[in-house]
Ligand binder design. Structure first.
Ligand SMILES: [Zn+2]
Length: 353
């Protein structure tokens, strides 16, 4: 039996050790130890080779011994290199997860500016004793027009460009009532008063629709906030006092208000209410179109015919009503130029509020 040549053994050992090192996970201490024991350990393959050297002639023994020691050094060095590489890679990974950096900002959702201003308007009135009520957006013409002293074929109906809902002939009620998208929140006046006796003190926010072209100040869909007060002894002074207090709450304590005659079929007398311009304090500027005044709502004493239509005793009860566009209020307060921004869903606009 001939001894294998130690140099051949060393060559094979070197190849095996290096290819095992290539796939070795040096971050795993158990795997490193296993590799070390297999190739460099006390009973490892290198030691076995060295032990076999004793049987060789002196000349060959010296040569093979030197080669074996050199291989041992080489393998230990390669292991150290591999460890350093692993540590560097770990450090790089840790750097990309630097826990001392500030966190990424979460984008917060918020209420739509229309919703914000509607809530603000309603709470100003809630604090004055008004109750918030809401009604249907698809409405009978009875509530949208008839009960508000705007009978069919009355020319005043032209003021509201109405979107009518098609009804099949068979499903129309006997009185010929038609369905529409409400053109204002005023239909709730009739709905509320039919349900209850005075005192009535309600605020009605909601969506309205008009069949009209859109431009910077007109939308076919918009919000309105309606108010109605009916009780014994309600006078025009109550209207003025209530709306003046509202204007102060929304536009600032120093505001002055102005009432001028206006016409709405469901009030008598009717007025429009303006505040002195907060942009120029009444001197004249772009916001107020140099008039010093900004119109913010329509109002008036409830027409006796409207009270009578729901069966209220007009000798006993009087009331006032008002309506405003919250988008217009927000446009004035925040200097928004175009009402179409409110419904365009553009985050650049929405995230400003
Ligand atoms: Zn002004």
């Amino acid at each position: 039996m001939t001894e294998p040549l130690p140099t051949t053994d060393l060559k094979q050992l070197s190849e095996d050790a290096l290819s095992a090192l290539q796939v070795l996970d040096t971050s795993d201490p158990g795997a490193v130890e296993k590799w070390r024991v297999e190739f460099l350990g006390r009973n490892g393959r290198l030691t076995t080779v060295l032990r076999g050297l004793g049987a060789l002639p002196a000349e060959q023994r010296r040569e093979a011994g030197a080669a074996a020691n050199s291989l041992k050094e080489q393998l230990e060095q390669r292991l150290e290199e591999k460890r350093t590489q692993t540590l560097a890679a770990q450090a790089a990974r840790a750097e990309s997860l630097d826990i001392s950096l500030p966190g990424r900002r979460m984008r917060r959702g918020r209420l739509h500016p229309s919703t914000q201003i509607i809530r603000e308007i309603c709470s100003a009135f809630n604090e004055m004793g008004f109750q918030t009520v809401e009604g249907p957006e698809v409405e009978w013409e009875r509530y949208n027009f008839d009960l508000l002293n705007i009978p069919r074929d009355h020319p005043a109906r032209d003021k509201w460009d109405t979107i009518w809902i098609e009804q099949p002939e068979s499903r129309r009620p006997p009185d010929g009532q038609r369905i529409l998208l409400r053109t204002h929140t005023s239909p709730m006046q009739g709905r509320v008063m039919e349900r209850q006796q005075p005192p009535v003190r309600v605020i009605v926010p909601g969506k309205c629709y008009r069949f009209e072209a859109t431009d910077a100040t007109h939308e076919w869909q918009f919000h309105q906030v309606e108010g109605l007060v009916v009780d014994e002894g309600v006078t025009f002074a109550d209207l003025k006092g209530t709306l003046y207090e509202f204007a102060r709450r929304i536009f600032g304590a120093n505001r002055r208000v102005r009432f001028r005659c206006d016409f709405f079929p469901f009030v008598e007398p009717g007025v429009d209410m303006s505040i002195d311009c907060f942009g120029c304090d009444g001197k004249g500027c772009r916001i107020c179109k140099n008039s010093g005044w900004i119109e913010i709502m329509g109002a008036g004493m409830v027409h006796p015919k409207v009270l009578a239509a729901v069966g209220y005793d007009t000798a006993r009860y009087t009331g006032f009503a008002f309506g405003m566009g919250p988008e217009r209020i927000a446009m004035l307060r925040y200097g928004i130029e175009d009402i179409r921004h409110f419904f365009s869903n553009d985050l650049r606009f929405l995230s400003q509020f």
